[in-house]
Ligand binder design. Structure first.
Ligand SMILES: Nc1ncnc2c1ncn2[C@@H]1O[C@H](COP(=O)(O)OP(=O)(O)OP(=O)(O)O)[C@@H](O)[C@H]1O
Ligand SMILES: [Mg+2]
Length: 487
């Protein structure tokens, strides 16, 4: 449940907040003055504070914000103002407010802002540890892995934590780059200071520059009001620049300057602004190639690359799959308040063989999905997505003889697997477009049976559950004799 504290002297505002946020997922507390708010925060430990800038009596919003930040720089505070003047809003941002809103509120926007502030708060408070203990509490998020490359990563995280070194984290999508960035933050000297994550790929080029650095009023069309950029807002803390490979050359130049001099110039202004921010960057694109193509500044690349952490794709550390699967099973069990499921060895074998183009994120999604579709307390092959089963099928006829031997199926040892295998085959065949699945499968099954029985048609027919006459027709239809003689 999220705990919100509203500090506002207007009863009307308190009332409308109650109406907007009345839900079991939110616990809303109110205070009518800055003093009352400051008293309540240590007791309530809210996840987020929403505060009016102007209050009728006592301490004003800005002073209250300053004190709140002194007490806990990680508590996000959204400031609200009924007045169109942006000067105080700018002051609030410089003091480290998460954002500000103009009254009257646009409710969907307010909800969106609150959701993103709560996420930022969670990111700051969750301790990301290497190798979580099985009984790890909800506040602890773990980076799981026992493979050699992951051990090297853990070691580096430990070495880096007490420094302010710039770090570049590389690796395919879903390998855990953000998790590693948060681990460096939560174990570092700046853990009590803010952590802000910016996804450079998700923000349009021109907006990104103003998001990171202040732009002066009228610096470009659309810049009607001045804002405070993340670098200034996050002073003393850590900025995580995600997908840095997608950044424009102008923004790159500014970042380089911050890294070199600890200062930047506002867009459209000429006063340098000094900041003290640790930068952690991540990318899933090979930056060396971008440098060669002159799309990424070479000097910035070297400046970022002081320390590099590379996360190998999951298929190159398959020994971690079992551990990760187990970790996610426990995680989802905890979230659902029930006992963790187990994984059937055949299903685990398929997971360990899969190519995992989406890496750990894909594995996490597969486990979650399998828990939803599964009908028992164990994840079975039938619960896995068709592409994972189909990938195995597509690797060759070896599957039929090792995993679901017709003889075993006839003996009833694996009756549950057939529908899943058939479904998987079907969906794989559909992705191939031209393949006519039924004759194709029939043909392969006939070949398998003949191979297994060394060409003995009577026994092969028995194995397939058809008459010898039918088998002969199939052999003729598919031209199998010829095929067999070739092999
Ligand atoms: N070693 C790990 N142990 C536990 N969970 C992990 C691990 N690696 C990744 N995850 C989980 O997988 C998901 C994806 O990780 P994350 O967002 O850090 O990847 P990413 O490399 O930043 O991906 P992208 O490039 O797509 O942004 C997250 O839910 C994360 O918690
Ligand atoms: Mg990421």
């Amino acid at each position: 449940m999220d705990k919100l504290l509203l500090i506002d002297d207007e009863v009307d505002v308190q009332y409308s907040f109650r109406r907007i946020f009345e839900s079991p997922a939110v616990e809303l507390h109110t205070a009518s003055s800055g003093e009352e708010g400051l008293r309540l925060v240590p007791k309530l430990k809210p996840d987020l504070v929403l505060m009016d800038i102007r209050m009728g009596t006592g301490m004003n919003g800005l002073e209250t914000l300053r004190r709140l930040r002194q007490a806990d720089a990680r508590l996000p505070v959204i400031m609200m103002t009924a007045y169109g003047t942006t000067q105080t809003a700018i002051e609030a941002m410089k003091l480290g407010a998460y954002d500000y809103l103009l009254k009257p509120f646009d409710v969907p926007k307010l909800k969106q802002l609150i959701a993103s502030a709560l996420k930022a708060a969670r990111d700051m408070r969750q301790v990301v540890s290497c190798q979580p203990k099985p009984e790890a509490g909800e506040q602890e998020v773990g980076i799981v892995g026992m493979s050699e490359p992951m051990h090297a990563v853990f070691k580096l995280i430990g070495q880096l934590a007490s420094t302010d070194a710039t770090v570049l984290i590389t690796g395919e999508s879903g390998t855990g780059k953000e998790l590693v960035a948060r681990a460096i933050y939560s174990h570092g000297r700046r853990a009590e200071q803010p952590f802000l994550a910016i996804n450079c790929a998700a923000i349009p080029e021109q907006l990104l520059e103003s998001e990171l650095f202040v732009h002066e009023k009228g610096a470009f069309t659309g810049a009607a009001t001045q804002r405070v950029g993340k670098f200034e807002q996050c002073n003393g803390g850590t900025i995580f620049l995600d997908e840095i490979g997608d950044m424009s050359l102008t923004t790159q130049t500014k970042i380089l300057r911050v890294l070199q001099n600890g200062s930047f110039e506002r867009v459209g202004g000429n006063q340098p602004v000094n900041v003290d921010v640790r930068v952690i960057a991540a990318t899933n694109k090979p930056l060396e190639e971008a440098v060669a193509a002159r799309a990424f500044r070479e000097d910035l690349f070297y400046r970022l690359n002081v320390v590099r952490i590379h996360l190998p794709p999951l298929r190159e550390r398959r020994e971690d799959i079992r551990l990760l699967a187990d970790y996610f099973l426990r995680k989802f069990a905890r979230a659902g308040g029930r006992a963790p499921h187990v994984i059937h060895p055949d299903a685990l074998a398929l997971l360990e063989r899969h190519h995992w183009p989406g890496n750990v994120r894909e594995l996490e999604n597969v486990i979650e999905r399998s828990l939803v579709v599964g009908k028992t307390d164990a994840i079975m092959v039938a619960d896995l997505p068709p592409e994972i089963v189909a990938e195995r099928l597509a690797t060759g006829p070896g599957f039929v003889s090792t995993h679901a031997r017709p003889r075993d199926a006839a003996a009833g040892t694996a009756p549950n697997e057939v529908p899943a295998l058939a479904r998987a085959l079907f969906s794989w065949a559909r992705s191939q477009r031209t393949l006519k699945v039924l004759p194709a499968v029939e043909r392969e099954l006939v070949i398998c049976a003949l191979e297994e029985m060394r060409g003995n048609q009577v026994q092969a027919a028995k194995l397939l559950g058809i008459t010898r006459a039918t088998l002969r027709k199939r052999i003729e239809k598919f031209g199998i004799q010829r095929d067999l003689s070739i092999h």
